[in-house]
Design a protein around this ligand. Structure first.
Ligand SMILES: [Zn+2]
Length: 424
């Protein structure tokens, strides 16, 4: 961290630079407008938002491990001075950040790391409320595997992932005080819950200032607790914190844990504050069921642009998904699931539309996992925004979704799964 004297020196240097630049008739220095740090177990992201396109270079340096970033033509301002204070102790990857003027016209940002990382450094064009952004993503050398995390937590070995039934049989063998009950769901099912948005992408913002990303996470966490407390059901969150995950990676996580169902949780928004009610969407192969559904799918799919995806990294999974032909059967199951959940939501809230709608949501594209997207309520409607922030209402919302899931499984019992874990 630069001491006070060094900061003064920087200030003096930038003043000199400013004078010489003005003298040479150069363009104004680039200003960093905001700095944000999004720490998470999956990866930590550092975002520098600035007013003009920026020229930068970066390098990894050892002993101690650090990422060095040089920014050209940037003024060392109070926003950059704040950068060190943005790091929290619990950050899995960043020990500390220093920033200062390295040589005339160059600001150097040094990120001291807690261990080796695989960095991705890329820039994003202005979109929505955001100006230019320079993004530094710090990934672990070995990516976090959601399947391993799930098995570690439940103390299972990969081959015993379906041991819940065995456990039930053993319990029945014991001299039983009461007759063994048949579990409602015949085998252990895994439900992936996807809290929409996160990190750089706040989702819709209510008039009272609440962010969709926070509401979706609260409802999903409550739903997870309820699912995990239900015999033969368990759940995995695509994110359990405030950070961004690209849409295709949410799908990929669900496939990796061999999810039986995928449920994406959102909150709707519209220009008119009177719009209200819950809705449920599934994927469409042939086009949206209404222009409103198409509009919404486009809006939700733009999350990647706002949240920030490194387009330099090719995604082999995406190409293969397009070739998959099993989608029709999966969509039929998704429609059944959607109907049950919509029916239960109708008991606790107005329905925005009386039937399940369809459109091309990117997050619902797992070819083999029935997937739904729930718009819990309109965050743009002040009354519904207040309810979305109410803990008791969040709990009722989660309870209604759980009931819908259970009804689906009661009508569509899960088939036995292959013993072999899918490794893609
Ligand atoms: Zn959303």
């Amino acid at each position: 961290m630069p001491g006070r004297r060094e900061v003064l020196k920087f200030a003096a240097a930038s003043l000199t630079l400013l004078v010489s630049r003005v003298g040479a008739g150069a363009t104004a220095a680039i200003s960093i407008l905001a700095v944000r740090v999004w720490p998470a177990r999956d990866y930590t992201r550092v975002t520098l938002e600035h007013d003009q396109a920026i020229k930068y270079s970066h390098m990894l340096v050892k002993d101690p491990q650090r990422l060095v970033l040089d920014l050209e033509g940037v003024e060392f301002n109070s926003v950059l001075q704040m950068l060190p204070s943005k790091v929290i102790d619990a950050d899995p990857y960043i020990k500390l950040i220093r920033a200062g003027r390295n040589k005339p016209g160059v600001v150097r940002v040094v990120i001291e790391l807690k261990g080796e990382v695989k960095p991705q450094v890329f820039s994003l064009q202005p979109i929505g409320e955001y100006g230019h952004r320079l993004v530094l993503d710090l990934y672990p050398l070995e990516p976090i595997d959601p399947l391993m995390a799930l098995l570690e937590k439940s103390g299972e070995s990969p081959l015993k992932a379906e041991s819940a039934l065995d456990g039930h049989a053993k319990a029945a063998e014991r001299p039983a005080e009461k007759p063994a009950e048949k579990p409602e769901i015949a085998r252990l099912v895994t439900i992936v819950l996807d809290p929409g948005h996160g990190g750089e992408d706040p989702g819709a913002i209510g008039r009272g200032g609440s962010h969709e990303k926070n509401v979706t996470l609260s409802v999903a966490r409550r739903l997870k607790e309820k699912i995990d407390a239900t015999p033969n059901m368990r759940s995995v969150l695509t994110r359990d914190g405030d950070y961004f995950i690209p849409l295709h990676q949410r799908v990929q996580k669900a496939r990796r844990v061999q999810a039986d169902l995928f449920v994406s949780v959102h909150a709707d928004a519209f220009i008119k504050s009177t719009a209200r009610g819950s809705s449920v969407f599934v994927l469409s192969e042939t086009g949206a069921s209404s222009s409103a559904a198409r509009w919404l799918a486009n809006k939700e799919n733009s999350a990647d642009l706002v949240g920030g995806v490194n387009i330099g990294v090719k995604d082999p999974y995406l190409a293969r998904t397009l070739l998959d032909l099993s989608q029709t059967a999966t969509i039929n199951d998704s429609l059944k699931l959607g109907k049950h959940v919509l029916g239960e939501l109708g008991r606790i809230n107005t329905l925005h539309k009386g039937q399940v709608e369809q459109a091309g949501f990117a997050v619902l594209k797992a070819p083999d996992i029935p997937s739904i997207l729930i718009e819990t309520a309109f965050i743009s409607n002040p009354e519904e925004e207040a309810r979305l922030n109410d803990e008791a209402y969040q709990d009722r919302m989660a309870e209604a979704i759980l009931k819908g899931l259970r009804r689906y499984f009661a009508k569509n019992p899960p088939l036995a799964k292959s013993k072999l874990a899918r490794l893609d």
